[in-house]
Design a protein around this ligand. Structure first.
Ligand code: NAD
Ligand code: LMR
Length: 332
């Protein structure tokens, strides 16, 4: 029997990530090849015409799984009945703007969209925040949508996770699909900590540790980390635009694994509400290694954290604590 359609909201849908993301969702990349979807696309009035153009293209592409499209600049209409919300819309940093100005614009957007989601989304709606500052926008959304369970509000660090897999695969000249269990700890920013201490590669003679195979500690604790931390900036420098296809693809990976589950023995990185695991302050949205089953994520427990890693986990937590304070100061 055919499944009922799932309603998926994409905010900022007329933007460049939106343009890459909506066809992936309509093709089943996010929720599976047997899952019909209804797309809800939100953008702001100046982008209304472009948004309508995206809707026209979705119709023209005749995606068999796409059972409807709502394209609107009305946040209530956009949020009504959605089961999954991918929050990409936001205010980009412009020349001459201070960090606080960008933060101020975005946290007000996330505060007001939190209320719309809380009132109008389907019960148990899962939320993924992509727009920067992703962790702090997600935290504000959580704080201003108190009836949405905190486990349902997450942010995207899967792109950083996938970037780390890509770097290891290139270094070792192995298939990226054979590398697993890297971890991104902390903020989706240049203080994030990409950690390979528990990562492995599937080889013809079994699973081997990435650390042993690379055999170059200087790279693993130096160039590898900075490359992943700075990859977003490197893409902006090369494209004059921020990453879009990889961000869209990683957003699909995040939701797919959350809804359909991670494979046995594999974890992924997600920005989730900290419960104090690994001595990360509770009350931050922080990226942890997680496994997912039956639509729920769980932080992987019991991993050893050496002194080098401890410092890196703390630095990125401190940045998030400062961002949280800055966000609150913008709202008062
Ligand atoms: P973009 O500027 O191309 O698109 C953003 C869209 O959001 C625009 O169409 C804009 O009109 C819309 N928008 C602005 N305010 C809105 C509001 N209040 N409601 C709904 N829509 C609104 O930007 P992009 O390249 O698509 O990137 C989107 C965001 O994702 C940026 O904040 C970017 O920094 C972030 N990003 C995050 C990651 C990650 O891994 N977390 C990766 C790449 C980009
Ligand atoms: C990325 O990681 O590619 C983006 O978050 C960069 C940015 O600032 O938009």
């Amino acid at each position: 029997m055919a499944k009922d359609p799932v309603r998926v909201l994409v905010t900022g849908a007329a933007g460049q990530i939106g343009y890459a993301l909506v066809p992936m969702i309509a093709r089943g990349v996010m929720l599976g090849a047997d899952q019909p979807v209804i797309l809800h696309m939100l953008d702001i009035p100046p982008a209304a015409e472009a948004l309508n153009g995206v809707k026209m293209e979705l119709v023209d592409a005749a995606f068999p799984l796409l059972k409807g499209v709502v394209a609107t600049t009305d946040v209530v209409e956009a949020c009504t009945g959605v089961n999954i919300a991918v929050m990409v819309g936001g205010f980009p940093r412009k020349e001459g703007m201070e960090r606080k100005d960008v933060m101020s614009k975005n946290v007000s957007i996330y505060k007001s969209q939190a209320s719309a989601l809380e009132k109008h989304a389907a019960a148990n709606c899962k939320v993924l925040v992509v727009a920067n500052p992703a962790n702090t926008n997600a935290l504000i959304l959580k704080e201003f949508a108190p009836s949405i369970p905190e486990r349902n509000i997450t942010c995207l660090t899967r792109l950083d996770h996938n970037r780390a897999l890509g770097q290891i695969s290139e270094k070792l000249n192995v298939q990226v699909s054979d590398v697993k269990n890297v971890i991104i700890w902390g903020n989706h920013s240049s203080t994030q900590y990409p950690d390979v201490n528990h990562a492995t590669v599937n080889t013809s003679s079994g699973e081997k540790s990435v650390k042993e195979l690379v055999g170059d500690d200087a790279w693993l604790t130096g160039g590898f980390i900075t490359t992943v931390q700075q990859r977003g900036a490197a893409i902006i420098k090369a494209r004059k635009l921020s990453s879009a296809l990889s961000a869209a693809s990683s957003a699909c990976d995040h939701i797919r694994d959350w809804v359909l589950g991670t494979s046995q023995g594999t974890w992924v990185s997600m920005g989730v509400y900290s419960d104090g695991s690994y001595n990360v302050p509770a009350g931050l949205i922080y990226s942890f290694p997680v496994t997912c089953q039956n639509g729920e994520w769980k932080i992987v427990q019991g991993l050893s954290i050496d002194e080098f890693s401890r410092k890196k986990l703390d630095v990125t937590a401190e940045e998030l604590t400062e961002e949280k304070a800055l966000a609150y100061s913008c709202l008062t």
